[in-house]
Design a protein around this ligand. Structure first.
Ligand SMILES: NC(=O)c1ccc[n+]([C@@H]2O[C@H](COP(=O)([O-])OP(=O)(O)OC[C@H]3O[C@@H](n4cnc5c(N)ncnc54)[C@H](OP(=O)(O)O)[C@@H]3O)[C@@H](O)[C@H]2O)c1
Length: 266
């Protein structure tokens, strides 16, 4: 059962974390920032150029939604429909402003994420941040990424084979709690009123045990259904762009016998 939009679970007694989205002006950033703000979170849409984020925030806060045609090399447009935004706590910021948030979202393409996190690492280390990694190192092609090849992995072969493990090792902060989610959810399905296809609301979530309650709450608060897969060690099996026969059959089996309805865009 999905929960009513913006309603907290009975067991969630902690305050909602403030959120900063690194690379927040992209497809996932705009759609998720709008959805989370609509659900009651305080969200900062971060960008290399604050004025770029400010124009998007202004449009969203005016109730006009935000639409942007796809640039060449992209796979699709940003398309948040008009939606009343009274009371939304949404603002624009730079990527360095993200250091102040409780939850920091890595939301650029994979190869741009670490430099942004590294730049704020001195401020966030030791602060017990919650870090949500939505990057997909196997999907350079969808981002106009550096290799541009369909399915090209941006991970060194001799290291961990998931973005969350790579980023977690690089930050090397024992106080940080890491989780991943939304990896296979198409941006255009994420609306400020809930999933565009409410029949398939499942979002796979995995990460540190201490991070999971807040991230599951985040997913549920905007009308989706968290589906927990395990710790960071399972990450390599659940990155976007790594669809295999066994993963496909596993999804089918869980759908038939456990009633899962995953939103799987790829
Ligand atoms: N698209 C999807 O449906 C989807 C679904 C699940 C997960 N993901 C993952 O989510 C991440 C973002 O995907 P997206 O489709 O939202 O990407 P996107 O539309 O290309 O947006 C990413 C944002 O990153 C920033 N950026 C671009 N190049 C950068 C650089 N060199 N350094 C710093 N910032 C840079 C840009 O913001 P500024 O110009 O404002 O700085 C841009 O708006 C990817 O890792 C992807 O695999 C995507």
């Amino acid at each position: 059962m999905t929960r009513a939009f913006g309603v907290r679970s009975d067991s969630a007694t902690w305050p909602l974390p403030t959120i900063a989205f690194l690379g927040g002006t992209g497809r996932m950033g705009v759609h998720l920032c709008a959805a989370w703000a609509s659900a009651g979170y305080e969200v900062t849409m971060c960008s290399r150029a604050k004025e770029k984020a400010q124009a998007i925030v202004d449009s969203l806060l005016s109730g006009a939604g935000y639409q942007e045609k796809a640039s060449s090399g992209s796979v699709g447009e940003i398309c948040v429909p008009p939606c009343p935004a009274e009371g939304w706590k949404l603002k624009a910021g730079t990527n360095t402003d993200a250091a102040a948030a409780d939850m920091i979202v890595l939301g650029t393409r994979f190869d741009a994420a670490w430099p942004l996190l590294e730049a704020i690492a001195p401020q966030i280390r030791g602060q017990g941040k919650l870090i949500l990694d939505i990057t997909n190192p196997h999907l350079a092609w969808t981002m106009g990424g550096s290799s541009g090849k369909k399915g090209a992995a941006l991970l060194p072969k001799d290291g961990p084979q998931s973005s969350i493990e790579v980023h977690k090792a690089k930050l090397d902060d024992p106080t940080a709690r890491w989780a991943a989610a939304y990896k296979t959810v198409y941006w255009s399905l994420i609306l400020p009123t809930g999933p565009k296809n409410p029949a398939r609301p499942g979002v796979e979530v995995f990460g540190d045990e201490a991070a999971l309650p807040a991230v599951c709450e985040l997913v549920a608060m905007h009308g989706w259904q968290p589906v927990v897969r395990g710790g960071c060690d399972v990450a390599a099996d659940f990155e976007g762009g790594t669809m295999s026969v066994s993963r496909f059959l596993g999804n089918m089996k869980r759908e038939m016998f456990q009633g899962e309805k995953l939103s799987v865009g790829w």
